[in-house]
Design a protein around this ligand. Structure first.
Ligand code: AMP
Ligand code: GLY
Length: 420
């Protein structure tokens, strides 16, 4: 089979790495990819959001299945376009992708179908939003309705901050049209878990759970980022909590979508808060999480391509998905200054010095005259497996110092809370 993977992050590198484990897969193209995918597949110089050019490439290269990493092409309707053109693609339709591209859509669906989530109200008028906001308790959560690359959620710790954030988004248009509508939500408290699931619209099978560290600095300080580290499994999310989440959130969500006339096929990511009243949805994503995928796929023992083909055939119930009992820890190495301004083009050294069982997934890297150089904010995700989190964590942190680039920064506390 010939596959096309869309995206260029460490998530996509890990997708390519897992897909290659099937003897069915002969060749993988990646658009646009990075230096890591170039080493194991074939990069195409096409942007992940140029969906017409991606469809042309899939046709010309006789691609048997296209796999979509990021949310933007899904929200643009890449799955619908491919289907219209008779091309096979793994990923939800544009209508289904509203679960991520419109927080209002997701909230309305959850409210209507009694799926546990934070209480929230949507506004398109600044004056009405402001009037409601001043009556809320602090902390209060303000969310832009549309896609905002991780910058659309503000947890305001004072009314002053809440009001100025609201004005920045709705009047100052800080997030562009993503902030035309906003949600004002109650703040939930508890531990956070990411649970990603495979679904063909009838059957839903969760992957192993993982945790994401969103803040730039140790002890959850600093700015929000795309994710600075991850591990799987979280010890506090046991089998009974997983089963409860499947029964009260994942299954009802797929059924709710079906009742609204939307057949959801692909991967559904539930960002959860484990509150005193049970798991509640913080957000849905319509794709694999980044960086969670980098550790989740290392634990997947079944060829991913078989699962994705079964999703498209509507036969997910026939697939036995196996996971490693081992734990996995992933630490993101980022450019100095990220998530704010940073410099690129620095040579990355030491990638060949890591232990054999370490896998380094590339994100913002490219090849320049045969040398891997930095080309983005998040540069690498360094992953290690171990019999438990403690072992995996020790391995990761033993190997990271071998890898070097100017200005490198990484968190030192990924998965530390799991180690007593
Ligand atoms: P994002 O991934 O950018 O949508 O950011 C979502 C993050 O904001 C979550 O991972 C939570 O940490 C936080 N968050 C979102 N909604 C709430 C809420 N209602 N209460 C508390 N934290 C929230
Ligand atoms: N790890 C959060 C996300 O992928 O959106």
């Amino acid at each position: 089979m010939r596959l096309l993977v869309i995206g260029g992050g460490a998530r996509e590198h890990s997708l390519v790495w897992q897909l290659l484990q099937s003897p069915k897969v002969d060749k993988i193209y990646v658009a646009p990819g990075n230096a890591g995918t170039q080493a194991i597949a074939h990069n195409l110089n096409i942007s992940a959001s140029d969906i017409e050019a991606l469809a042309d490439a899939a046709e010309e290269l006789s691609i048997d299945l296209t796999i979509v990493g990021p949310e933007i092409p899904l929200a643009m309707g890449i799955a619908d376009l491919f289907q219209e053109r008779g091309l096979s693609i793994s990923g939800p339709s544009r209508a289904a992708a509203q679960m991520e591209s419109s927080k209002d859509f997701a909230k309305r669906l959850m409210r209507k179908h009694c799926i546990p989530c934070a209480k929230g109200v949507t506004f398109s008028s600044f004056a009405e939003a402001q009037e409601y906001l001043i009556k809320q308790e602090i902390p209060v959560v303000i969310k832009a309705n549309g896609l905002a690359a991780g910058k659309g959620v503000i947890i305001a710790q004072s009314m002053k901050e809440a009001l100025s954030s609201l004005s920045d988004i709705m009047v100052g248009k800080k997030l562009g049209s993503a902030g035309d509508k906003i949600l004002i939500e109650e703040c939930l408290f508890g531990k956070e878990v990411s649970l990603i699931a495979f679904t063909d619209g009838k059957t839903i099978i969760p992957m192993v759970p993982a945790c994401d560290y969103k803040r730039a600095l140790d002890n959850d300080m600093g700015a929000n980022t795309g994710g600075m580290g991850t591990y799987s499994p979280p010890g506090f999310f046991d089998r009974s909590l997983l089963d409860l989440t499947v029964e009260t959130i994942l299954k009802p969500t797929i059924q709710a979508l079906a009742q609204e006339g939307i057949s959801y096929k692909g991967v559904l990511y539930a960002g959860l808060m484990l509150t005193a009243d049970g798991p509640k949805v913080l957000e849905f994503n319509v794709r694999f999480g980044d960086p969670e995928t980098q550790v989740v796929l290392r634990r997947l023992n079944t060829p991913l391509v078989d699962i994705l083909l079964a999703i498209n055939d509507g036969t997910l119930d026939k697939v036995n998905i196996e996971w490693s009992d081992n734990a996995c820890v992933g630490v993101v190495m980022a450019s100095g200054g990220y998530p704010n301004k940073y410099k690129s083009d620095f040579p990355v050294s030491g990638l060949d010095k890591v232990d054999n069982d370490i896998i380094v997934f590339h994100a913002g890297t490219k090849l320049k005259k045969g040398q891997v150089v930095t080309s983005g904010g998040r540069v690498l995700t360094v992953t290690a497996m171990g019999k438990d989190i403690a072992e995996a964590r020790t391995k990761v942190y033993k190997n990271i110092p071998h890898i070097d680039f100017q200005g490198k920064q990484y968190r030192k506390d990924i998965a530390a809370r799991e180690v007593r």
